[in-house]
Write a protein that binds this ligand. Structure first.
Ligand code: XMP
Length: 561
C-alpha cells in the first residue's frame, strides 16, 4: 500500500500482498539445502472436492504474481509456472485454462521466451495478456510491430463485440491500464478483433477455439473492471467450479500432512509471527501431539510477547510447546557487539544451538515444519540466478548443522500471505496474532543502535509499547506494514522541570509497503506523532527527545540496522 492508498483506507481492512514476515523460521531456511524434502508435487494443493486450476505461464511481467492472486480470489486455484515447465508437471494440476502473462521482451528478439507447444496442442482456453497476446500472435502466424508511440497508463477500451463471454457484463467503454510498446499489426488466421483503444486497433482478439488475447493488464487495480474479465475467463470460458476455498485447503492439507508424516514426529520453531504460527496450528490440527513446537525466547522480544505467544499455543490451542528462556545466553553472546551483521550472525548461531539442543531431547524427529509462503517460493526460484548485492543478511543467519536431516513440511508453500492469514483465522488463531506486523528474527537487537544491554532493551520496550498502543488506538496498525521505535546511541540535552537533562534519542519508524522490498514512510497524522512523542518523553525514563524518520526505502532500509 502506498501512502495515497494508506490515507484513503485508514478504516478499511488491508490485505498484504506478499510475504514479508521474516521470523524465526528464516534461520531454518538453510535446511532446504540439507536433505530438505522437495516441494509437495504441484497440483496436490487442492483436491478433495475436485482438482482444477488455471495456470499462469510467466514471461517475466512484474504483475504475473498478481494474476495468480486475482484468480485465487475468485476461488479458482492458480499457479505461476515458468514457460519452460514441462506439460507433465502442469497436467498434475488438472488445468482448465492457461493465462500467458505479460513480460518485458519483444517477440522479435531472438532469445525472447516462447509459448510452449502444449498450449496450442491441448486445446485448453487461453488468455494471452500483453506480451502473452503478442507471442500468441507471432507464433500463430500473425504480425507484431513496434508501436511508434509507447502506450503506458490509462486508455479507454471500446468494446466492439458485446456478445463474447470474455467481455460479458461490461459496458461499451471501460478504462484499462496499458503498458506496451509492441502491438498487433495483423491477427493470426481465425482471430477477430473484439475491442480497441485510440492507439491500439486490436486491444482484444479472440477465435472460436476459446483463445483470447488482450493488450492491457486486467490484473492491476488501474483496470477497474479487470477482475470481471478474469472472472469471465475462469468461469464462463474455462468452466471452473470455484472450489478453491480456505476450508477446502485446510481439509486437504490436513489429509496430506497425515499421509506425509504417518506416525512420525514433527518439530516447528515458533516466534509468535504469522507464518510460523499458522503453520504450527495447521500441523497441530492434523497430527496433534506428534507435533512439538520449540519457542526460544532470545530476550530480544517486545513487552509481553513471550507470555502471549505461550498462552495462545499452550493454553488456548493445547499444543506441546518447549519454551526456552535463553535471554541470558543471548545477552551474554551480544556483549560488546555493535556491528549489525555481527549481531545477526551471533543471534542466528545462538538460536541454532539452542534449537538443536532442545530438538535432540525429543528423540527421533522426521520432519521440520516451516511457514514458507508462495512468494518466497517464487522469489527463490526466480532469483536463484540473479546476482545481487548483500545489503543485510535476513536469511541463513546461522545455518543448521549438517547432521540435522529433517524432511521439510511446508503446507503453506502455495499460499499467499493473505490466504495464510485466513487459514489462521479459520483455525482459531487470535486476530492479534494473525494480523501481527512483521518482526525481524534478531528482534530488538537491530533496533538498538550500538551495543545491546538489558537497560537499553528496557528503554526500547517501553517506547515500543507506547508506539504500538497509540498506533492501534488510531486504528492504523493493519494499514501500516511496520511501525516501531528505535533506540539510537545519540544523547542530547533537554530540559525538564527546570532541570537540564542529558538523555537518549528515540526514533520512530512507520512505513507502508506491499512486500518490504520498497517502502514509503507513512504520513502519520501530526497529532498522533505528538501524542507518541509526548508519552515517550514523559513515561520512558532516560529519553528526552523523539524524532520521526521520513526516509523511504530505497534509499534507506526499513530497519535501522
Ligand atoms: P529492511 O531493513 O532490509 O527490512 O528494509 C525488510 C524487512 O525485513 C525485516 N528484517 C529482518 N527479518 N531477520 C528477519 O527475520 C533479519 O535479520 C531482518 N532484517 C530486516 C524487516 O523488519 C522488514 O520487514
Amino acid at each position: 500500500m502506498n501512502n495515497k492508498e494508506f490515507n484513503q483506507s485508514a478504516d478499511k481492512s488491508f490485505r498484504v500482498t506478499t510475504s514479508g514476515d521474516m521470523e524465526v523460521s528464516t534461520y531454518l531456511e538453510i535446511a532446504k539445502e540439507i536433505g530438505g524434502e522437495k516441494p509437495v508435487a504441484t497440483g496436490e494443493a487442492v483436491s478433495g472436492v475436485e482438482t482444477e486450476a488455471v495456470v499462469v505461464i510467466d514471461f517475466g511481467s512484474q504483475y504475473s504474481l498478481l494474476i495468480a492472486r486475482q484468480i485465487r480470489e475468485l476461488h479458482v486455484y492458480c499457479e505461476l509456472v515458468s514457460h519452460e515447465t514441462p506439460w507433465e508437471k502442469i497436467a498434475q494440476l488438472n488445468p482448465r485454462g492457461i493465462v500467458l502473462s505479460g513480460g518485458p521482451a519483444s517477440v522479435y528478439e531472438h532469445d525472447s521466451p516462447k509459448i510452449p507447444a502444449y498450449v496450442f496442442e491441448k486445446e485448453l482456453p487461453v488468455l494471452g495478456i500483453c506480451y502473452g497476446m503478442q507471442a500468441m500472435t507471432y507464433q500463430l502466424g500473425g504480425l507484431v510491430e513496434k508501436s511508434l508511440k509507447r502506450e503506458y497508463g490509462h486508455a479507454v477500451l471500446h468494446i466492439s463485440n458485446m456478445d463474447i463471454p470474455l467481455l460479458a457484463g461490461l459496458p461499451e467503454a471501460i478504462t484499462v491500464w496499458m503498458s506496451h510498446s509492441d502491438k498487433i499489426d495483423k491477427m493470426p488466421p481465425g482471430f477477430k478483433s473484439l475491442a480497441y483503444t485510440e492507439n491500439t486497433p486490436v486491444a482484444v482478439m479472440g477465435n472460436s477455439k476459446n483463445m483470447y488475447g488482450i493488450q492491457f493488464h486486467p490484473e492491476v487495480v488501474h483496470t477497474p473492471q479487470g477482475k470481471q474479465i478474469l472472472e469471465n475467463f475462469v468461469y464462463k470460458i474455462c468452466g471452473c467450479h470455484g472450489n478453491w476455498t480456505i476450508a477446502n485447503f485446510i481439509n486437504d492439507s490436513i489429509e496430506k500432512i497425515k499421509q506425509q508424516v504417518g506416525d512420525g514426529k514433527v518439530i516447528n520453531a515458533i516466534s509468535g509471527g504469522v507464518d510460523s504460527s499458522v503453520v504450527a496450528t495447521l500441523i497441530h490440527k492434523a497430527i496433534g501431539k506428534q507435533l512439538t513446537c520449540i519457542f526460544v525466547n532470545n530476550g530480544l522480544l517486545r513487552r509481553e510477547e513471550a507470555e502471549r505467544t505461550l498462552n495462545v499455543f499452550r493454553l488456548n490451542l493445547g499444543m506441546n510447546v518447549i519454551y526456552v528462556d535463553a535471554t541470558e545466553r543471548f545477552l551474554e553472546r551480544l556483549k560488546g557487539i555493535v556491528d549489525p551483521e555481527q549481531k545477526r550472525k551471533s543471534i542466528g548461531e545462538e538460536f541454532i544451538k539452542v534449537f538443536e539442543e532442545e530438538a535432540s531431547k525429543i528423540g527421533e524427529v522426521g520432519f521440520l515444519g516451516q511457514g514458507t509462503l508462495y512468494p518466497d517460493v517464487i522469489e527463490s526460484t526466480s532469483s536463484a540466478n540473479k546476482a545481487s548485492v548483500k545489503i543485510k543478511t535476513h536469511h541463513n543467519v546461522g545455518g543448521l548443522p549438517s547432521d540435522m536431516t529433517f524432511k521439510l513440511l511446508e503446507p503453506l508453500r502455495y499460499l499467499f500471505k493473505d490466504e495464510a492469514r485466513q487459514v489462521g483465522i479459520e483455525l482459531g488463531l487470535p486476530e492479534e496474532m494473525v494480523w501481527r506486523q512483521p518482526f525481524p528474527g534478531p528482534g530488538l537487537a537491530i533496533r538498538i543502535i550500538g551495543e545491546v544491554t538489558p537497560e537499553k532493551l528496557e528503554i526500547l520496550r517501553s517506547a515500543d509499547w507506547i508506539v504500538m498502543d497509540e498506533i492501534k488506538k488510531a486504528k492504523l496498525y493493519r494499514q501500516l506494514w511496520q511501525s516501531f521505535a528505535i533506540l539510537t546511541d545519540v544523547k542530547s540535552v533537554g530540559v525538564m522541570s527546570d532541570y537540564r537533562t542529558y538523555g537518549y534519542l528515540v526514533a520512530l519508524r512507520a512505513v507502508t509497503s506491499n512486500d518490504a522490498m520498497t517502502a514509503d514512510w507513512a504520513r502519520l497524522p501530526y497529532d498522533l506523532l505528538a501524542r507518541i512523542s509526548n508519552r515517550i518523553v514523559n513515561e520512558v525514563a532516560l529519553v528526552n527527545r523523539v524524532v520521526y524518520d521520513i526516509t523511504s526505502k530505497p534509499p534507506s532500509t526499513i530497519e535501522w540496522e
